[in-house]
Design a protein around this ligand. Structure first.
Ligand SMILES: NC(=O)c1ccc[n+]([C@@H]2O[C@H](COP(=O)([O-])OP(=O)(O)OC[C@H]3O[C@@H](n4cnc5c(N)ncnc54)[C@H](O)[C@@H]3O)[C@@H](O)[C@H]2O)c1
Length: 461
């Protein structure tokens, strides 16, 4: 194949991951064109500003690159691709309420790329994908539109993006880059590109399918692991044991890596990618498919069921929550992020409402209007005295100094992330509990002991 030697890189999708990637490549001397359908994002980048707040390095990193002409942005992906030797695609794939995978955005991006694709260009997908998507779905779209053949007329590869929002530049240095190609030439071209723009190790895989599988393995592992921790937590509660102490002790053995239990799993990765893995079963016969991936399926149900379990633990202290007011702290999917994608706050909110509670929320990262738009009710000051239970859902650092004395009638604080100061809360006369602390059953045991004694006495009599 005749390689397209243009040193220009087109990065398609200038979001939380795409912009840092564009900056990383430009800092390694490549001329980068960022492509996005959002004109506001494009305009901001072209004036040297970062539309992304999560990455501290971007605040000062974008302007000098724009001034030097190494970074620019456009809404015209097709034109950018025409001039590029490498195209990196990082447009999200999402799931809907029924857990069906929705490729709409990335399909549109792929079509725009297809119209501009030149012979010898390297196209790399980095978005997390169901196994088979790069080679079959996107390969076919690109070939059909460009009239070029993948692996023959242009290089096609997949490399999962493994970084986390908030410390992307560190992760790019530390995590090995996993790369797979539709053929050996594509793999070599992609590995050579990453060697020129990254400082990390590179791990090559046998195919794009195998490279896609890697990311689904590492994310689904975390969901299944958390589900196991949650099951241990429920067991600990039933036995009157402290799961956190038991897990910490078990994890001193090097083969035990149990995560922490909690009130739910949120975010656009961990609760979502198991469904991408399951999507890969669709091409198999129904019978074969049904026998596979039972653990990821079960883990999803276990983790989602933690919302109902949490409410039952609160009610074990308060009695029925019907007509009672509950305050949920944090609607974000995790502490200190201003994002609500698949937050377990949704499930907890629904479970509390289903039990008849009046549910209020607090989240300092969102305005009252934003909380209302998300379907939540911010807590008005005049209703603070009604609060009977507080539930910590997202561990924002501001909650470390949160004033719980505002809720004089609060009976219980459910610390869903094991993050609060037990002594402070108990000193206010509130019951403090975490998932898996065994408190509920310790109390039950204390009640059961005298009954057993009186029972023995009755038998003896
Ligand atoms: N966010 C993370 O922490 C994270 C971590 C690892 C991997 N990833 C992967 O990165 C992908 C992107 O995540 P993100 O957080 O950057 O998303 P994001 O929502 O922050 O950004 C996506 C960008 O793509 C743009 N876009 C949508 N359709 C487009 C199209 N047809 N053409 C061009 N641009 C288009 C959007 O306007 C947006 O600016 C995820 O789907 C995931 O696979 C994300």
């Amino acid at each position: 194949m005749q390689t397209n030697f243009s040193s220009i890189v087109a990065v398609v999708g200038m979001g939380k991951i795409g912009l840092p990637l564009a900056v990383q490549y430009a800092q390694h001397g490549r001329q980068v064109i960022g492509c996005d359908i959002d004109a506001t994002v494009v305009e901001k980048i072209n004036t040297g500003q970062s539309p992304i707040q999560e990455e501290p390095e971007l605040a000062t990193g974008v302007a000098p690159l724009v001034q030097k002409g190494l970074l620019s942005a456009t809404v015209d992906t097709t034109e950018a691709v025409k001039s590029a030797g490498v195209v990196v695609v990082i447009v999200p794939v999402v799931i809907d309420d029924q857990h069906r995978v929705n490729f709409q955005g990335i399909d549109a991006a792929t079509k725009a790329i297809g119209f501009g694709l030149q012979p010898g260009t390297l196209v790399i997908y980095e978005t997390t994908l169901p196994v088979g998507t790069t080679a079959r779905r996107f390969g076919q779209i690109l070939e059909h539109i460009s009239n070029l053949q993948a692996g023959h007329d242009f290089y096609l590869a997949y490399s999962p993006e493994r970084v986390s929002s908030g410390h992307i530049f560190r992760d790019l240095r530390v995590y090995p880059k996993i790369v797979g190609g539709v053929n050996e030439q594509s793999l070599d071209a992609a590995a050579a590109f990453y060697r020129s723009v990254l400082d990390s190790a590179i791990i090559t895989m046998a195919s794009t399918d195998e490279a896609e599988f890697v990311k689904l393995i590492e994310t689904t592992y975390r969901d299944v692991n958390i589900a196991l921790a949650n099951e241990y937590a429920c067991f600990a509660d039933a036995q009157g044991l402290d799961v956190a102490a038991a897990i910490a002790a078990a994890n001193t053995q090097p083969y035990s890596h149990i995560h922490s239990p909690g009130v739910g799993v949120g975010g656009h990765c961990i609760p979502v990618y198991p469904y991408f893995l399951l999507k890969g079963l669709e091409e198999l016969t129904q019978n074969t498919g049904e026998r596979m991936l039972l653990l990821p399926r079960t883990a999803r149900s276990v983790n989602d069921a933690m919302a109902e379990y949490t409410v039952s633990r609160i009610e074990a202290v308060t009695g029925s929550l019907a007509q009672r007011s509950v305050l949920m702290l944090g609607v974000a999917y995790r502490g200190n992020v201003r994002e609500t994608a698949f937050s377990s706050a949704r499930l907890l909110h629904s479970a509390l409402l289903a039990h008849g509670a009046n549910v209020y929320v607090d989240d300092p990262l969102f305005s009252a209007a934003e909380l209302c738009a998300l379907g939540y009710t911010p807590l008005p000051e005049e209703h603070e005295h009604e609060i009977r239970a507080v539930l910590l859902q997202a561990n924002h650092s501001t909650y470390q100094s949160f004033d719980f004395s505002r809720f004089p009638h609060c009976q219980v604080v459910m610390d869903g992330r094991c993050a609060l100061d037990r002594a402070y809360i108990e000193a206010l006369g509130m019951h403090y509990m975490t998932i898996g602390d065994g408190n509920r059953c310790k109390q039950r045991k204390q009640q059961v002991v005298p009954l057993a004694v009186s029972g023995e006495a009755a038998i003896g009599g």
